[in-house]
Design a protein. Structure first.
Length: 141
């Protein structure tokens, strides 16, 4: 299922650093530095932006599979354009890692090359009404 795609690249400090720059260029202007949907294109005074950008740190996006994020980056969503020609295959996945790190930070969890406490996210069963995601820490190994 597209919703369950695993990121083929490991979480690395270098990858997250590189992805932060890419995110700030391509995503942050709308989705905001924190991923909260409050980028400068939206929050500037007198701005008439056609639609509120998605809050990437909301529970629904934390619970969303990587496939949902990857599809939006590849093909766009609503007023968001596609970034197929702007980001390479690896860069897209690095940006997804960076978005996951913003989500973890918003929940006081860790998402790094040494620890990933965001990995255990409960998802609603198909057809079940979806409520807020419950994020729990991954068990210690």
């Amino acid at each position: 299922e597209a919703e369950m795609i695993n990121n083929p690249f490991p979480i690395t400090k270098e990858g997250l650093d590189r992805a932060k720059g890419l995110y700030n260029i391509y995503c942050g202007i709308c989705h905001g530095e924190k991923g909260d949907g409050q980028g400068w294109l939206v929050s500037m005074p007198d701005t008439k932006y056609p639609a509120q950008p998605k809050n990437l740190i909301g529970d629904d996006m934390i619970a969303a599979g990587n496939g949902r994020l990857y599809f939006a980056i590849m093909y766009g969503k609503n007023v968001m354009g596609a970034y197929t020609d702007k980001l390479s295959f690896e860069e897209r996945w690095q940006v997804i890692h960076y978005i996951r790190s913003l989500q973890a930070k918003s929940k006081s969890l860790e998402y790094s090359e040494t620890a990933n406490t965001l990995s255990n996210v409960e998802k609603p069963a198909k057809g079940a009404a979806s409520g807020p995601a419950r994020v729990v820490a991954a068990p210690a190994q």
